[in-house]
Design a protein around this ligand. Structure first.
Ligand code: FES
Length: 358
């Protein structure tokens, strides 16, 4: 896997701001997460930023971090981990993902890649001369039955041949990509058989009638057991509380009526059996982590492209040695030999000192 780094400063725009519509969308998205867990919206918000800009800029990473109250480095980690986030400018009309995994490769993905190398740029992630198209090879995109295929934006174009792919590229290069219908580019309905239906051609002959599943029979009473008499049908009416009152009833002394306890917040539940973190404690932990990470709203220069590593004190701590790691013994430390043979090896028991040493 290649290292994923931010694009050069020369192509980074100085600022980023969501459009009014995207800003509203982002605020709504953040509000979907439980209190104290808004940072979980980082992926959809970053994705929206990419959809707006065409790629993930450094300014957009910093803006998303500020929006979610996160350290810049944490958003950078997300952007650089997922290969779906594009870290440098790509084609303005289309960035083409060519599936190169086995089924697509066996059905002609390498030919499609050669088309891209000739028509767009020999190197992936580089644009054509007009800056309208770029490409990259990716792993399986889940449409193997319609191989080979490519993905552009959110749409898959399947059952491609060199000719149909060239036509598709022409349309996208001219800014008329919306004219290409996503899905199979041959006469095939979704993933159904090529050329039409080949099975289930006769009309069904069996008549299907619904019969409710019969309940299991009552177990036979054990021999000699007293036969239970059925309870009287009508018992005295039981007073029922209104649902709301029952829900709001305090379950423990000291707990506010109607309040949802912190421990019950869905986002704070751990694995079964583990203690649940109170919301206030989780929030305090998050804030502490932000302070420790120096998330003060200023860019962390150490994450920058021009960082040399000299900023990090890691190499000065233990000179690269893991603490507690046993040192390898050298020849001088080796087991004493008796007559050229290791006494331990020879007998399989702990060696005794030679007589002369006693
Ligand atoms: S192998 Fe290409 S979509 Fe699965």
């Amino acid at each position: 896997m290649s290292a994923r780094r931010l694009a050069d400063d020369a192509v980074q725009p100085p600022t980023f701001a969501f459009t009014a519509e995207n800003q509203r969308w982002a605020e709504k998205k953040i509000a979907e997460y439980p209190a104290g867990r808004q940072q979980s919206a980082v992926i959809p918000i970053l994705w929206r930023a990419q959809e707006q800009e065409g790629w993930v800029t450094r300014a957009s990473i910093e803006a998303v971090a500020r929006m979610l109250g996160m350290a810049y480095i944490r958003v950078l980690e997300v952007a650089t981990f997922y290969t779906q986030f594009l870290l440098k400018p790509v084609g303005t009309n289309a960035h083409i993902l060519i599936c190169g995994t086995t089924p697509c490769m066996l059905r002609g993905a390498e030919d499609l890649r050669e088309v891209c190398q000739h028509r767009i740029n020999h190197e992936p992630f580089e644009t054509n001369a007009e800056g309208t198209l770029s490409w990259e090879e990716v792993e399986c995109l889940g449409a193997c039955v319609n191989a080979p295929m490519v993905m552009i934006g959110n749409d898959a174009y399947e059952d491609l041949s060199v000719e149909s792919f060239e036509t598709l590229l022409d349309k996208f290069a001219a800014g008329r990509g919306s004219e290409v219908k996503p899905g199979p580019q041959i006469a095939r309905q979704f993933g159904a058989a090529e050329g039409g239906q080949t099975t289930l051609l006769e009309p069904p002959t069996a008549r299907r009638t619904y019969k409710p599943f019969p309940p299991p029979p009552e177990p036979a009473p054990a021999p000699g057991a007293a036969v239970a008499t059925p309870a009287p049908a009508a018992a005295a009416p039981v007073a029922t509380k209104p649902l709301e009152a029952a829900t709001n009833a305090p379950t423990k002394p000291g707990r506010k009526t109607g309040a949802v306890p912190d421990e019950a917040a869905p986002g704070l539940k751990g694995p079964p059996g583990s203690p649940k973190a109170p919301m206030a404690a989780a929030e305090a932990e998050r804030l502490k982590a932000d302070v420790a990470a120096n998330a003060d709203g200023e860019p962390n220069r150490a994450m920058r492209e021009d960082a040399t590593g000299a900023e990090s004190p890691a190499g000065k701590i233990d000179a690269g040695k893991a603490p507690g790691k046993p040192r390898r013994r050298n020849a001088a430390d080796a087991e004493p030999q008796v007559g050229g043979v290791s006494p331990t090896r020879e007998t399989g028991r702990k060696a005794k000192k030679p007589e002369s040493d006693v």
